[in-house]
Design a protein around this ligand. Structure first.
Ligand code: ATP
Ligand code: MG
Length: 506
């Protein structure tokens, strides 16, 4: 990249003020063709806001944007697309029942749709080949894995002529294998001259994929680095403004009585196919049992069964000696089971309710009397929001306006403050920045030290190994083995692919 390389993107002095929050405070950002540029920052630092401005979704209060040297003023996403900007959002915007090609051309002014679809299909196939985005143009979206759907979003952007691609936390929803595949594709695209902006909280990934890194803190740029001239520790310090531990102390604990007992549990998935084929295990007091596995091997269904959100076809669930088989979510809550669900937006929170109301969602039953003691909840909420460091909002803010990570912290605050006996934690640190990840992991270890039982379902093998006392590996609806956390990663990887382990513990 020579000095004369024209900027693909040049943003200068960008300001975005939301009620009560200065989300972008005079941000300068640039991007060159052929470059992969990572945008880093804590939850609520203003990354998505800046990218929503670049993609024409929000208008800035001040600042200039130039694309390939030309000053731009976007009035809508359509303007940004015309200028060559494509955005892959974290929540895909595809129509499930439509084919890949139909989704790609949807929304484009295409006269004689039927005639065009064949042509479009050929272009989709060609783009796929050119960038290694292997996908069958005629498959319906619902048949695709999450990783494949993401490729459709990328093809959609390329089809519209995107030269600048923005990916907002693209790996948060991918398995490690899918993430590797995505990196291969992104490198290929950068090699072909595209400019790519990549948002992630995972520093290993950022170091692996990015050429350059811009770090935001509380709406301001606090640093710009070449990946070749920095490291994880330095980036973490820039982001958080203090040292961050990458290793956690896990004190040895003698586990107590079984809190959760699962016997021969069987269940179907949403498509009516067997998802759990008779699994049995226990989680004891003072123990974290990790569930590892490639997504789609029954973990989601297991998490739902253990919180009353899905019914079983056979087998039993006992919590602290109570038979909760077939019981409702309320019975699980009343027995002391807390739940950090997989989909925080749909299952974990109510967007239009404010922070206090969201914190009350489950606890209100415990308040005696018909009228809720709102003032008491208000005080409790103030404490929780402080303790769990939920930022960027007042207690009156509706939950939907929180940044991804802060919404997550709010749910954790509610679930972990209810003094649960058993916590079912599904991807508890997904989408969280490193500081928040560190505090969530500490909180889970604290619960363990207090003699609580924790079932940790996570695709992040590093996390499972760091926190668990034992690791159960799921494969095609069964537990293929339970191993100690020191087991080499490659051996757990083999189990995840269906090979039983030789030295099992129970
Ligand atoms: N539409 C909105 N209305 C009001 N406030 C908003 C809106 N969108 C974002 N904010 C606030 O602006 C700040 C920046 O949010 P943004 O989503 O850009 O953060 P982020 O860096 O992407 O965080 P995360 O890593 O959690 O996704 C946050 O405090 C957020 O609550
Ligand atoms: Mg964001």
């Amino acid at each position: 990249m020579s000095e004369e390389t024209p900027f693909a993107v040049r943003m200068q002095g960008i300001v975005k003020q939301f009620p009560g929050v200065l989300a972008n405070d005079h941000v300068d950002f640039d991007l060159r063709p052929g470059e992969i540029h990572a945008l880093l920052g804590e939850n609520g630092a203003g990354k998505s806001t800046l990218m929503n401005i670049l993609s024409g979704l929000y208008a800035p209060n001040a600042g200039e944007i130039a694309i390939f040297g030309k000053p731009m003023r976007f009035r809508s996403p359509r303007d940004a697309i015309k200028a060559g900007i494509g955005m892959v959002h974290q929540h895909f915007m595809l129509i499930e029942s439509h084919s890949v090609t139909e989704n790609v051309i949807l929304g484009l002014a295409t006269p004689r749709f039927r005639l065009r679809i064949k042509q479009a299909g050929e272009t989709v196939a060609k783009l796929g080949e050119q960038y290694g985005l292997h996908i069958d143009p005629e498959t319906a979206i619902w048949q695709l894995s999450v990783g494949e759907q993401q490729r459709v979003e990328i093809i959609k952007a390329l089809y519209r002529g995107a030269k600048i691609l923005i990916l907002d936390e693209p790996t948060a929803v991918l398995t490690p294998q899918e993430a590797e595949e995505l990196f291969r594709i992104l490198k290929h695209m950068a090699g072909a001259g595209h400019a790519i902006i990549f948002i992630s909280h995972k520093l290993d990934e950022v170091m692996q994929i990015a050429d350059r890194i811009t770090v935001l803190r509380k709406g301001k740029v606090v640093g710009r680095r070449l990946a070749s001239e920095t490291n994880k520790k330095a980036l973490a310090r820039l982001m958080v403004g203090r040292e961050v531990l990458f290793h956690l102390e896990k004190a040895p604990i003698q586990p107590g009585k079984a809190v959760l007992k699962v016997e021969n549990l069987q269940a179907d998935n949403d498509k009516g196919l067997p998802a759990l084929k008779g699994i049995s295990f226990e989680v004891r007091e003072g123990e974290i049992l990790g569930i590892a596995g490639v997504a789609g091997n029954g973990q989601t269904e297991l998490g739902e069964l253990l919180t009353g959100l899905r019914s079983s076809k056979g087998g039993r669930i006992f919590v602290a000696g109570h038979d909760l088989t077939g019981k409702a979510p309320r019975d699980f809550i009343d027995t002391g089971v807390s739940n950090i669900p997989e989909s925080r937006v749909e299952d974990g929170s109510v967007g239009n309710l404010n922070l206090v109301e969201n914190l009350m969602l489950k606890g209100y039953r415990q308040t005696p009397g018909l009228f809720l003691d709102y003032r008491q909840w208000w005080q409790k909420s103030e404490k929780l929001v402080r303790a769990f460091d939920v930022q960027g909002a007042s207690l009156r803010t509706p939950a939907r306006l929180l940044s991804g990570g802060n919404l997550q912290k709010l749910i954790l605050a509610r679930e972990l403050s209810s003094q649960p006996r058993l916590t079912i934690a599904v991807h508890p640190t997904q989408g969280l920045d490193i500081g928040a990840t560190e505090s969530v992991r500490k909180i889970l270890l604290q619960q363990r030290a207090e003699g609580k039982a924790i079932l940790l379902i996570s695709e992040d093998l590093e996390e499972v190994q760091a926190l668990s006392d034992r690791i159960a590996v799921m494969y095609e609806g069964t537990i293929i083995g339970i191993v100690p956390p020191e087991t080499p990663r490659e051996e757990i990887g083999l189990m995840m692919a269906g090979t039983p382990h030789k030295t099992e513990t129970q």
